[in-house]
Design a protein around this ligand. Structure first.
Ligand code: HEM
Length: 526
C-alpha cells in the first residue's frame, strides 16, 4: 500500500515486473551444472558463485571447493557457467594435445584497444601473430643481453638495503621487491630509469601499477558485468582497468615511444623491449650477430616458452600497429609487476623464515665467487629449487582460463561442454594437493632438487600456465628472481623478527595472491 501510494499503481506494476524479469534473467542458468550431475557451490543472484571471494582469499576458495566437490566442479561467473578442473591429465589434454580447441582465454571484447589488443586477450590468429612476434624477444639470447640491466637494478636495491642493515631498520618485503620489479620493468622494457627506492616519495609508476589489481573492485565487477550484460559493458565503455591508471600509462608509454622513435631516427640503438617491438613494426632485423641461445630454462619443471608448432597458421601477418605496441607495453606492467614482485617477496620471506635453507643457498651461491653471469645463475640447482618451490606454494595466479572454440567432450567424465564455455584450470589446487606434494603447506625446495625430481607428478605444476599459451614472460621472471636472489643472499642475511607473520596472512577479495605485510630484518654478511 505504502509503495503503491509512493510510486502510483502502474509504476509499481512496471517495477515489480521488471524485477521479476531481471531475477529470471540472472538465474536462468543456475541449473546448468546440477542438471548435468556436476556438483559445485550454490550460486546467488547477481554474483553466481563469485560471492565466495568476499569471505576468503581466492586460494582458500579454490582449495575448499576442491575438498567439497572434487577435481571437476561447476561455478558461475555472474550468470555464466564456468567449469573448474584440477585434474592433471585433463589439464594436459586440454592445454597441450587439444590446444587448437582452447586457444583463447575468453571473448571479452570491450572496445578499449589497451584491453582488446593486449596479448592476454587477443584471439585466434591475431593472438598467434602477436605471440610469434613477441616470443623471440624473450629468447635466452635476448635475456642474456638484458641481464646486465637487471644486475644494475639489483645493485641499486643492494645500496638501499645496505643503509637499512646499518640502521637496523626492518624492511617490508613486498614494498622493496615491488620497487625492484618496477625498476627492472622500466629499465628492461623501456630503457627508462625510475627512482623506485625512495622512502619519501613513492613512484607514480608503482602507485598506478598497484591500482591495477590490489583491492580493485573493478576487476571483479568487470568479470561480472561482462559475463552478465556484455552489450551494456561495451556500450558504457566500462573496462577492467581504472581510467586514471589507463590514462597514466597511456600518456607515459606514448611519450616514451615518441621519444624512442625520434632517437632511433637519429641513430640511437637500444636493446630493450620497446626497441624490439619498434623493430618488429619497422620489420628490421633485431638478432644481434653475437647473440647465442643458452640452455637456461629447466623445461622439465617449467615447460617451454616457444610454442613454435602451435603457432603455425595460415595467414601470417607480421604487421604490428602503434596500438599493439602500446597494449603490449602496458601488459608488461600489468602481467609482469605484481606477479614477479609476489614471487620475489615470498622467496626472501621464506628464506628468512627458514635459516637452514638460506644457509644452503648461500653456500651454493658462494661457490661462484661473486660471478653471477647469466650462464652461472642457470647452474645453481638449489637456487632454482627455491624459486620453483616458492611458485608452487605461493602461486601468484590461482587459476588459468581457456574458452572452448567447439563443443568438447571432457575425457571420460561423460560431460560435454558447448562452444564458448569458459574453463578454469585450478593451479592452486594442483599445487596444494597432498597426493602430488606431500605436506603441501610446507616450503620445501628439496622437492625440486634434481635427485628428487622423479617424484614429481607430471602436469601438477603450472605457476606460468601450461601449453602454447603459457606465460610469455616466464624466462624473464625467472632470470630476474634468480639474479636478485644470488646477489642479495651473497651479501645479506634475511631474518625473521617478532613482526614476521608465519605463515603469511593472505588477503581476501584479491585477484592475485596478495599477502599482508611481510616484515623481515636484514644483516650484512662479513
Ligand atoms: C613470477 C612471475 C609471473 C607469473 C607467476 C606469471 C604467470 C602467468 C600465467 C599463469 C599466465 C597465464 C598462462 C596460461 O594461460 O597458460 C601468464 C600469461 C602472461 N604473462 Fe606472465 N607471469 C609472470 C611474469 C610475467 C612477466 C615478467 C611478463 C612480461 C614481461 C609476463 C607476461 C605475460 C603475458 C603477456 C601473458 C599472456 C600470454 C599469452 O596470452 O600468450 N608475465 N603469466
Amino acid at each position: 500500500m505504502i509503495l503503491a501510494s509512493l510510486f502510483g499503481l502502474n509504476s509499481l506494476i512496471v517495477l515489480v515486473t521488471s524485477l521479476v524479469i531481471l531475477y529470471f534473467y540472472l538465474t536462468r542458468n543456475f541449473k546448468y551444472w546440477s542438471s548435468r550431475g556436476i556438483d559445485g557451490p550454490k550460486p546467488i543472484v547477481g554474483f553466481g558463485t563469485l560471492y565466495q571471494i568476499f569471505f576468503k582469499p581466492l586460494t582458500d576458495v579454490n582449495t575448499e571447493n576442491f575438498k567439497k566437490y572434487g577435481k571437476i566442479y561447476g561455478t558461475f561467473l555472474g550468470t555464466k557457467p564456468v567449469l573448474m578442473i584440477a585434474d592433471p591429465e585433463l589439464t594436459k589434454e586440454m592445454n597441450i594435445k587439444d590446444f587448437h580447441l582452447f586457444v583463447n582465454r575468453n571473448d571479452f571484447v570491450t572496445g578499449d584497444s589497451l584491453n582488446d589488443r593486449s596479448m592476454f586477450n587477443l584471439m585466434d590468429d591475431e593472438w598467434k601473430n602477436m605471440r610469434s612476434i613477441i616470443s623471440p624477444t624473450f629468447s635466452s639470447g635476448k635475456m642474456k643481453a638484458m641481464h646486465p640491466i637487471i644486475v644494475d637494478c639489483t645493485q641499486r636495491l643492494e645500496e638501499y638495503l645496505e643503509k637499512k642493515a646499518v640502521t637496523g631498520e626492518e624492511v617490508e618485503m613486498k614494498k622493496i621487491m615491488g620497487n625492484l620489479t618496477m625498476d627492472v620493468i622500466a629499465s628492461c622494457a623501456f630503457g627508462t630509469k625510475i627512482d623506485t627506492h625512495n622512502d619519501e616519495k613513492r613512484s607514480d609508476f608503482i602507485l598506478n601499477a598497484q591500482k591495477v589489481f590490489r583491492g580493485n573492485w573493478r576487476v571483479w565487477a568487470f568479470f561480472l558485468f561482462m559475463t552478465t550484460f556484455p552489450k551494456l559493458v561495451r556500450w558504457t565503455g566500462f573496462t577492467f582497468n581504472d581510467p586514471t591508471v589507463v590514462k597514466f600509462f597511456r600518456t607515459a608509454i606514448t611519450s616514451i615511444i615518441r621519444r624512442r622513435k625520434s632517437e632511433s631516427e637519429s641513430g640511437g640503438k637500444k636493446r630493450d623491449y620497446l626497441q624490439l617491438m619498434i623493430n618488429a613494426q619497422n620489420k628490421s632485423e633485431d638478432k644481434a650477430a653475437d647473440e647465442q641461445e643458452i640452455d637456461d630454462l629447466n623445461e622439465e619443471i617449467f615447460g617451454k616458452t616457444d610454442p613454435t608448432e602451435a603457432l603455425k597458421f595460415n595467414k601470417m601477418q607480421t604487421e604490428i600497429s602503434e596500438d599493439d605496441i602500446l597494449a603490449t607495453s602496458f601488459i608488461f606492467f600489468v602481467a609482469g609487476y605484481e606477479t614477479t614482485a609476489t614471487l620475489l617477496s615470498l622467496l626472501f620471506y621464506s628464506l628468512a623464515v627458514d635459516p637452514k635453507c638460506q644457509q644452503k643457498l648461500y653456500e651454493e651461491v658462494k661457490r661462484f665467487d661473486g660471478n653471477f653471469s647469466y650462464e652461472n645463475i642457470s647452474k645453481m640447482p638449489y637456487l632454482e629449487a627455491c624459486v620453483a618451490e616458492t611458485l608452487r606454494l605461493y602461486n601468484p595466479i590461482s587459476a588459468v582460463g581457456r574458452m572452448a572454440s567447439e563443443e568438447y567432450k571432457i575425457g571420460d567424465t561423460g560431460l560435454t561442454i558447448p562452444k564458448g564455455m569458459l574453463v578454469n584450470f585450478d593451479v592452486q589446487t594442483l599445487h596444494h594437493n597432498p597426493d602430488y606434494y606431500p605436506d603441501p603447506d610446507r616450503w620445501d625446495p628439496e622437492r625440486f632438487m634434481p635427485e628428487n625430481r622423479d617424484q614429481l607428478v607430471p602436469y601438477t605444476y603450472m605457476p606460468f600456465g601450461m601449453g602454447p599459451r603459457n606465460c610469455v614472460g616466464m624466462r624473464f621472471a625467472l632470470m630476474e628472481a634468480k639474479t636478485a636472489a644470488a646477489h642479495l643472499v651473497n651479501k645479506f642475511i634475511f631474518k625473521k623478527t617478532a613482526k614476521t607473520t608465519v605463515p603469511p596472512k593472505l588477503k581476501k577479495f584479491e585477484f592475485l595472491l596478495t599477502t599482508e605485510p611481510l616484515i623481515t630484518a636484514i644483516e650484512k654478511r662479513h
